[in-house]
Design a protein around this ligand. Sequence first.
Ligand code: PBG
Length: 315
Amino acid sequence: MRSLTTEHTLTIDDLVWPLFVMDQKQACEPIASLPGVYRFGREQLWQCAEEALSQGIRALALFAVVDCSKKDLIGSAAICADGFMPQLITDLKQDFPQLGLIADVALDPYTSHGHDGVVDCEGQIRADETVRMLCEQAVVLGQAGADVVAPSDMMDGRVGCIRQSLDDRGLSSVMICSYAVKYASCLYAPFRQAVGSPLASFGSEKASYQLPCDRIMEAMREVAFDIKEGADIIMIKPASMSGDVIRSVHQSFALPIWAYQVSGEYAMIRAAASAGYVDLKSLVLEQMICLKRAGAGAIVSYFAPQVAQWLKQGT
Ligand code: PBG
């Protein structure tokens, strides 16, 4: 009776696996605040792709870890067609055509100051210049073979411009997953450590373009804008603190919603579990079912391969 009255289930089809990749043949660098997550080189990425496919995970979300010597004030390496990220994507797609590749679009791994956009000398974001860079970056990643480009920067108006740029270059089949609702959260700190974005590690530094957590109406407006501009998927994060937003967006718009269980959420869960305060598997699965209940169509999580294993074993 209980299974006949189940309302929501979690399956492997619900999972996206985020990975940090470096411009190296071989690398497996641990990240202090993300135990069990690594900065991988090419060879390790290929192993992850194989693992994903064998587990039934259908898509990877790739984040670049860029060497400091390649960073500058405007993040110019982000739009370099022969940069390591586009090359990785092309090669990975060739070897694993059935694996979905979601490429992050934002300048923070490439800027020396760690902001997602171009900033002026007073530290203000230069929106137009930033959007132009993001469009170029999206085209480079789309041309390389990414199935989805995912602008995670939160600059106004970038989804429409990216869509136009992709279409102009014959890349109309590349989808856009817009981080339409990205709250300015302290929970991104481990991610910033992972990609080495130094300045931005101060919690509120990105508050001029990310959303303050004290509002939901504005979140709904952001979603409406991005859908109108051509978004195919709406990303909401941090996942576990945004159940209300996921629910509202799910009720108001007919579009897939993805929830990103971000680095700090992963870190909190890992810390509590390793202290023996909670059971890891129970907590992770409970949280994911609750995200499905809220209305998430898929969940981006560093726990993805682990969850896939649990699901395979039968919970
Ligand atoms: C930046 C970006 C961030 C995350 C994804 N893309 C960090 C930030 O906004 O500073 C965070 C993801 C996570 O914490 O796991 N473009």
